[in-house]
Design a protein around this ligand. Structure first.
Ligand code: TA6
Length: 294
C-alpha cells in the first residue's frame, strides 16, 4: 500500500497476518513503524524527528551505508539514509527468504553526485518483509557493478521502543570484546552478566552470536534480533547529556529507546566486480516469560 507520510514524503505500508504492520519511507528506505497484532508500536521514533531531506529520520531503522559512523571519508553513517530509494514494481523471488506474507523491494543506485562522495558503482536491493509470526525481516543485497573492488561498512540502525531503559537487559553480548565509542573506540572485554543501562552507552560488540535479546520485563516483552552476514552489533543509548545535544531528540526520550543494530564494522565487506553481499536482520518479539523461563 502506497501513501504519503509526514511532509508529503512517500511511504509504503506492509500489512501482515493478524493486523501486524510496518511502514517505511522511500526517503532513506527508512522503516518508521512496526506494530504487533495488538497495534502496539515496537520501534521508537522521536517526537522531534525531522522528516525533511537531507536530515535523516531520528528513530525507526536507518540504513547506514556505505559507511558506519565516521569511520571513513563519506560522512556520518554514509548517505543511503538520506537518499530517495525507488520501489521495484517486479521484485524477483529472493532465495533464503523465509516464507512471508507481505514484502517490498527498495532499490538504490548511486547518482553522479553520489559517485563524487564515494566513487563506486553498486546496486542495493533492500527487501523488507513481515513474516508469518509478525517478525520484521530486512535483507540487504549489495552488488558491485563497478570494474574495481570496493569495501564498505554497514549497520541496521534500529531504535527499539522500551518501557524504561534502566530496567532493560540485553542478552547475548556478555564476555565479548567491544569498541567503546565514548572512549576513542578503545577495545574492552565485557564482563559478567547480561548488559544493563545506567548511563550513556555507545559500543560496537565484535563477532557476536547471531541471536541477541532485549528483555523488557515491565512490558513483559522480549525483542529477539537475529542476524546473518553481519558479524558485529552496536548498542547505543545517548542518555541525558547527549540527548540534550541532539536537536531532533527529546530531552527525556532516551529513557524509552535502545538501539541494538546488526552491523559489519570491524571487518568491512569487500566485493569484487559482479560479487554480491547479503546481510539480514530479523526482529521479532516473544513474551518475556517464554525467554527467561519464569
Ligand atoms: O550507532 C551509534 C551511533 O553511531 C552513535 O555514535 C550516535 O552518534 C548514533 O549512532 C546516532 O547517529 P546520528 O548520526 O543518527 O545522530
Amino acid at each position: 500500500e502506497y501513501t504519503k507520510g509526514v511532509n508529503g514524503l512517500d511511504k509504503v505500508i506492509l500489512r501482515g497476518l493478524r493486523g501486524v504492520s510496518a511502514e517505511m519511507y522511500l526517503y532513506g528506505a527508512h522503516v518508521t513503524s512496526w506494530k504487533n497484532e495488538h497495534k502496539q508500536e515496537l520501534l521508537f521514533v522521536s517526537n522531534k524527528a525531522i522528516f525533511k531531506p537531507p536530515k535523516p529520520i531520528r528513530g525507526g531503522i536507518s540504513i547506514c551505508f556505505p559507511q558506519f559512523d565516521t569511520l571513513g571519508y563519506v560522512g556520518a553513517h554514509g548517505y543511503a539514509r538520506n537518499r530517495v530509494w525507488s520501489v521495484d514494481p517486479n521484485p524477483p523471488p529472493l532465495p533464503m527468504t523465509s516464507p512471508t506474507n507481505s514484502y517490498v523491494d527498495l532499490l538504490l543506485k548511486p547518482s553522479e553526485e553520489d559517485l563524487k562522495i564515494w566513487p563506486h558503482s553498486y546496486e542495493f536491493r533492500l527487501r523488507i518483509s513481515l513474516g508469518p509470526g509478525g517478525e520484521l525481516l530486512l535483507t540487504s543485497r549489495v552488488r558491485n557493478i563497478d570494474s574495481k573492488p570496493f569495501s564498505f561498512t554497514f549497520a541496521y540502525h534500529t531504535y527499539f521502543s522500551v518501557s524504561d531503559v534502566s530496567e532493560v537487559r540485553v542478552e547475548g553480548l556478555e564476555t565479548l570484546d567491544y569498541l567503546d565509542n565514548t572512549k576513542n573506540r578503545e577495545r574492552f572485554t565485557e564482563q559478567g552478566d547480561a548488559i544493563t543501562f545506567e548511563g550513556e552507552v555507545d559500543k560496537v560488540y565484535l563477532s557476536t552470536p547471531s541471536k541477541i535479546a532485549i528483555l523488557d520485563h515491565e512490558r513483559k516483552r522480549t525483542y529477539v534480533i537475529r542476524k546473518d552476514g553481519l558479524l558485529d552489533a552496536v548498542v547505543w543509548n545517548p542518555w541525558d547529556k547527549k540527548a540534550k545535544a541532539l536537536a531532533d531528540f527529546g530531552d527525556n526520550e532516551y529513557k524509552h529507546m535502545l538501539c541494538v543494530e546488526a552491523a559489519a564494522i570491524e571487518r568491512p565487506i569487500t566485493l569484487k566486480p559482479c560479487e554480491e553481499w547479503t546481510g539480514r536482520q530479523e526482529i521479532s518479539t516473544v513474551p518475556s516469560s517464554y525467554c527467561s523461563g519464569q
